[in-house]
Design a protein around this ligand. Structure first.
Ligand code: GLN
Length: 501
């Protein structure tokens, strides 16, 4: 079976490991070999998924997993290889957050998410490419090299968790961690035809995640199915006293929640009784026709499974872009002040006095998109502008959240819509116009601002055979319900099983 190992997802690999059809060491070796063959890090034919690979460190973890099994331990993730977005700090691999500022940085500890997944027995394959400090939607803002969409190497994979999406779609890893501040799990998952979930803010610890915008940053999973996402999310989530905004809740079994039959449902109509809200603002005339067409097909499939589609409205949707692009840069400018060449990060040599050291180090270490955000963030927080921009944005953020609350209280259980207004665009196509990138975040930003859980689920294909994602948004802490809906769809359709050539 070794030729098809890379096609298996997390759940299937867990079973193959449990039945001793394959060892964790063999499995890790096979995926490292595939990575070396397909992902040589630069050049137009490379995927550019990984920023750091260390075969020895991976195989050492795999041998430990095999030993744990030999000692009698079991569990669905014991020996399963995964990879981490290079925004989670790791002791055994360098962490850069996609930035020259942190090139060569080694953390003395593992992020909570990494630590918990390792405790469940996962084996780390390496660290995955991303936009610098998770700022971007295309992975073109990685300071090292862009990642490429495996469905068409001339296109972007989405971002900022682009490397994660590429690794999973190209079968370099069965699953990967990602982070989502304004769409960075959902949008690359959609562009690469995989499944991704951003849980409710506070479900996964932010401890050891390099900070971008702390009131929005949330870790999550990218995999090939809802079931695989459920398995990993269960292991990586939960209260962490080292994160002041971590939600105090008991551990969750998301796979059981995903499988639990709902009241009034039957085998052929597992979604009977479920009301899916379609916000008018999520289906504007500007939505690409191919995306709209694919989504209608997925929505019809959900209806066949028993769900009822209802019209709803999220009237402040358009405001999500200006609100997010005030709040996120404001928090980023504060978070990134620690990278000054003294406490953290790249230090310019030679330098003059202290001010010169700061200026040179930050000018050399940060790329153009990060510098742009620091400038915007510093401006909106400065005296005289704080009330006009930052405070206004905070008020509107609350109103955007209230729109969702009203929908969920009065009209529907889950909200559905597109993840992005189009399929993946060409590398370089939008490089001169950052605002074009910002506008493409319109459908993912509202749930982020409201702290709600969101998923991207494969929903067919659009122009040039490129994947389209269906976005599902739930009430706070309704991850289990979103996974239930996505799983029902994936039992009835095969979009999530297709793979690029
Ligand atoms: N594209 C958005 C941005 O550039 C979201 C990024 C993210 O979720 N990390 O900020």
């Amino acid at each position: 079976m070794s030729t098809e190992l890379h096609d298996l997802g997390v759940a299937a690999l867990g079973q193959a490991l449990a039945s001793r059809q394959v060892s964790a060491t063999e499995l890790a070796g096979a995926l490292l070999a595939r990575q070396a063959a397909l992902d040589s890090q630069c050049g137009p034919s490379s995927l550019g998924a990984y920023l750091a690979v260390d075969a020895e460190a991976t195989l050492a973890q795999a041998r430990r997993a095999d030993q744990r099994r030999a000692d009698g331990e079991s569990g669905p993730l014991l020996g399963v290889p995964i990879a981490h977005k290079d925004i989670f700090v790791t002791r055994d691999w360098p962490t850069t957050a996609g930035s020259k500022m942190l090139a060569g940085y080694r953390s003395p500890f593992d992020a909570t998410v990494v630590e918990r997944l390792a405790a469940a027995g996962t084996v780390t394959l390496g660290k995955l490419n991303c936009d610098e400090f998770a700022m971007g939607s295309s992975n073109e803002h990685s300071a090292f090299f862009p990642a490429r969409n495996p469905w068409d190497l001339s296109r972007i994979p989405g971002g900022s968790s682009g490397g994660s999406a590429v690794a999973v779609a190209a079968r370099l890893a069965p699953a990967a961690t990602g982070t989502d501040t304004g769409g960075s799990i959902r949008q690359p998952a959609a562009f690469c035809g995989i499944t991704g979930i951003k849980p409710t803010y506070g479900v996964c610890s932010r401890y050891g995640m390099v900070a971008f915008a702390s009131s929005l940053d949330q870790a999550g999973v990218m995999a090939r199915s809802a079931e695989d996402c459920a398995l990993l999310l269960g292991a990586m989530s939960g209260f962490d006293e080292r994160d002041a905004t971590s939600a105090e809740r008991p551990p969750q079994d998301y796979r059981a929640q995903m499988l639990a039959p709902r009241d009034g449902a039957s085998a052929s109509r597992p979604l009977a009784g479920l009301r899916i809200g379609l916000p008018a603002e999520f289906f504007p005339p500007a939505l690409a026709a191919d995306v709209n067409g694919a989504l209608r097909g997925a929505l019809a499939a959900l209806e066949k499974l028993g769900a009822t589609l209802v019209d709803v409205s999220l009237p402040r949707t358009a405001l999500a872009i200006p609100v997010y692009y005030v709040i996120a840069p404001a928090e980023a400018s504060s978070n990134l002040s620690r990278f000054d060449g003294v406490r953290y990060g790249h230090r310019a040599e030679p330098h003059g006095d202290l001010m010169d050291l700061y200026k040179k180090s930050r000018s050399e270490g940060f790329g153009p998109e990060v510098q742009r955000r620091i400038v915007i963030g510093t401006y909106v927080l400065s005296h005289g502008y704080y009330d006009a921009y930052y405070l206004q944005a905070q008020k509107l953020r609350r109103m955007i959240a209230d729109d969702f609350s009203r929908c969920f209280a009065e009209r529907c259980d889950v909200i559905a819509g597109p993840v992005a207004p189009s399929v993946a665009w060409k590398i370089g196509e939008r490089s001169d116009d950052p605002v074009q990138d910002y506008l493409a975040d319109i459908f993912t930003l509202p749930a982020s601002l409201a702290g709600l859980p969101g998923m991207s689920v494969p929903a067919g294909f659009g122009e040039a055979g490129l994947p389209v994602g269906l976005q599902l948004i739930g009430r706070h802490f309704a991850e289990g319900q979103l996974l239930h809906v996505a799983h029902a769809l994936q039992q009835a359709t095969d979009w999530h099983l297709r793979s690029p050539k």
